[in-house]
Design a protein around this ligand. Structure first.
Ligand SMILES: NC(=O)c1ccc[n+]([C@@H]2O[C@H](COP(=O)([O-])OP(=O)(O)OC[C@H]3O[C@@H](n4cnc5c(N)ncnc54)[C@H](OP(=O)(O)O)[C@@H]3O)[C@@H](O)[C@H]2O)c1
Length: 367
């Protein structure tokens, strides 16, 4: 084995009051010696990280406003892609040195529950158990690979497992230019649904249209009239809501009688919980029950990770379908922003401020 070089990793020394507070005061980049194989378990693998996603969940974890609160100091980076550089004696034959792999954030890194949660992907080196590493789909870049699992698994869980979206139905996807939103557009089209996508910017929506959306609406408040105009006055069968706040209420008014309303997230009101891991939900979103009852809506909470922890059996079919679609070229993540690891603050700010379309990544091996 060629000796592994010293690299860099990001450290969050303390949880922020908000992600912006964490970015400003508690995020730093430090030297990272390569992991010493003598200290690792026989089932471990050393991965040289080539690209790591800077996702929304990474941001809200830095202030402890995500359901899974990290224990600082920690290295963020739920999902990464890279190359196998060392493998322990009990890792089997599935992985070989030099293989291009993606890390499953449910089984390793800061959102996982065991020993490997200290090995986040915002680093030159990560250690993962062999079972947490999947082959990078053929022809895919590392940037695309680290934007696959979380985004498409979320879209699948919400639209298919919870939403039961069917061919011929119409779905309204809020925040469609986001990482999970763009995945939802692609999956809804694969199911055979008609997609109406919303967002705040014409330019970002052009890209959403290029990824398959049938119609796009620039959100300027009211959604009911433009949606009704596109659905012959009927409204949509399903809403995929990753935005929350006032946009949710507008979307409720744009539904057909008996529609399914999928609560995915709240990108427009991210500070629902107290900062610094204080929990509680003092600023939580509220939906009008009069509209829900009069329109006979099914409002469905769709927490992908929590639902999977409670019933792990729901994951295998989801993962199988997503990996098949990826190999067949039917889904492909879009990455609009790339930064060297040393510019991590800039990368986090770009994601937080809504500049990004789809994914944002950092590269640990560029200066
Ligand atoms: N349910 C689950 O299992 C699950 C899993 C992962 C993530 N999530 C949640 O889903 C949400 C979206 O995640 P993501 O990764 O897709 O985030 P993202 O990549 O940042 O995308 C969110 C999108 O929402 C829109 N948006 C942001 N702020 C807005 C505002 N103030 N008003 C209106 N629209 C706004 C933006 O689109 P425009 O700029 O085009 O408006 C942005 O592209 C987050 O709340 C996240 O925590 C849920």
């Amino acid at each position: 084995m060629t000796p592994l070089e010293t690299g860099q990793r990001v450290v969050v020394s303390e949880l922020g009051e908000t992600p912006l507070d964490a970015i400003e005061h508690f995020v730093s980049v430090v030297e990272q010696p390569p992991p010493d194989p003598a200290t690792l378990a026989p089932g471990d693998v050393i991965v040289e990280v080539k690209s790591a996603s800077v996702g929304w969940v990474d941001l809200i974890m830095s202030s402890g406003q995500y359901q899974h609160v990290p224990d600082p100091p920690y290295t963020p980076g739920l999902e990464y892609a890279g190359v196998v550089r060392w493998k322990g004696s009990a890792t089997g034959e599935r992985l070989q040195l030099g293989d291009r792999v993606i890390a499953d954030g449910a089984l390793t890194g800061p959102r996982s529950l065991g020993e490997h949660r200290r090995w986040g992907g915002w680093a030159r080196w990560a250690v993962a158990p062999a079972e947490a590493l999947l082959p990078l789909p053929a022809q895919w870049s590392f940037d695309e690979g680290c934007n696959l699992l979380g985004n498409y698994e979320t879209a699948y869980h919400c639209l298919i497992a919870r939403g039961q979206l069917k061919a011929g139905e119409t779905v309204l996807i809020l925040g469609a230019s986001g990482a999970t939103g763009l995945a939802a557009v692609q999956i809804a089209k694969l199911v055979g649904a008609t997609v109406i996508a919303t967002g705040r910017s014409e330019a970002k929506l052009d890209l959403v249209r290029a990824h398959g959306a049938d119609h796009v609406i620039v959100t300027q408040g009211e959604l009911k009239d433009p949606v009704k105009a596109l659905t012959g006055g009927r409204g949509v069968d399903v809403v995929y809501d990753g935005v929350g706040g006032a946009t949710s209420v507008e979307a409720l008014r744009a539904t057909a009688f008996g529609a399914r309303f999928l609560i995915v997230g709240w990108a427009s009101t991210p500070l629902v919980a107290r900062g610094k891991g204080g929990r509680g939900a003092p600023n939580v979103n509220q939906l009008p029950t009069n509209l829900i009852i009069m329109k006979s809506l099914d409002v469905l909470g769709c927490p992908t990770v929590i639902a999977t922890l409670r019933d792990p059996a729901i994951r295998a079919p989801r993962l199988k379908q997503i990996l098949e679609w990826a190999e067949q070229g039917k889904i492909r993540p879009h990455v609009s922003h790339r930064f060297p690891l040393g510019a991590i603050r800039q990368a986090m700010l770009a994601k937080w401020s809504g500049e990004v379309t789809g994914g944002c990544v950092v590269h640990p091996d560029t200066a």
